[in-house]
Ligand binder design. Structure first.
Ligand SMILES: Cc1cc2nc3c(=O)[nH]c(=O)nc-3n(C[C@H](O)[C@H](O)[C@H](O)COP(=O)(O)O)c2cc1C
Length: 206
């Protein structure tokens, strides 16, 4: 199936019911490839993904406190544990900033202050770094979610989870924080709920 971005945006919705059909390695690769190409601040690309497909692990997500017992997760074909790499974020910011400055891709005032910017980032509290990394990771996931629609797959962003539990089970390295988990699979939904959206008037500031 091939569709334009407009159609993919219109068709995307949170899918919480899936067919019992695993994802192929190629499908997983295609999804990650979409995320890999997303933009990020100073090209830091702080996203890291652990792709879980083992049926026992998927079942665990559905029954465990780690997902606040969101049972439907057990039916997903894969769960992407979407992480932000705080440990490498500042170093990556710095090297990208210097690359942009030295190759004159970004010039002028922002680059004049880049040393101070990087120093501020390095000194920032973990929560501030997490905010920056999570913002970038969310953009990558948006790309992934739209590519999934184009491939006939469904996704659902899951923000209710217990980080410590998941980090322990899947040995997520120190220095990484989990932004969210993302359920992925072939949709098999009894019903698709209409999406409720605020009106243009509500979201556009006068
Ligand atoms: C940050 C975030 C956290 C979410 N957490 C959950 C969750 O824990 N469980 C769930 O079933 N859906 C979750 N969702 C999905 C939202 O409920 C859904 O995107 C929203 O209701 C709009 O519906 P739509 O995605 O179908 O357009 C989350 C979405 C986002 C963006």
């Amino acid at each position: 199936m091939s569709m334009g971005v407009k159609e993919a945006i219109a068709a995307r919705h949170s899918v919480r019911a899936f067919a019992r059909k695993p994802l192929t390695g190629d499908e997983i690769h295609e999804l990650l490839e979409a995320a890999r190409n997303a933009p990020s601040s100073l090209n830091t690309q702080p996203w890291r993904f652990k792709v879980v497909t083992d049926p026992a692990d998927l079942a665990w997500f559905g029954t465990s406190e780690a997902s606040r017992k969101q049972g439907w997760l057990a039916g997903a074909a894969a769960i992407f544990i979407c992480c932000a790499d705080l440990a490498h974020y500042v170093k990556d910011s710095q090297s990208a900033a210097f690359f942009y400055r030295d190759s004159n891709i970004i010039t002028g005032e922002p680059m004049d202050g880049i040393d101070a910017y990087v120093a501020r980032e390095a000194a920032a509290a973990e929560q501030a770094k997490f905010g920056a990394c999570a913002m970038n990771t969310a953009i990558a996931e948006a790309f992934l979610m739209l590519r999934a629609v184009e491939m006939g797959l469904g996704t659902c962003w899951v923000g209710m989870f217990d980080e410590a539990n998941i980090k322990a089970r899947f040995a997520i390295p120190e220095g990484l924080r989990i932004v969210n988990i993302l359920a992925v699979g072939h949709p098999d939904e009894p019903e698709v709920y209409p999406r409720k959206r605020k009106t243009m008037e509500e979201i556009v500031l006068k």
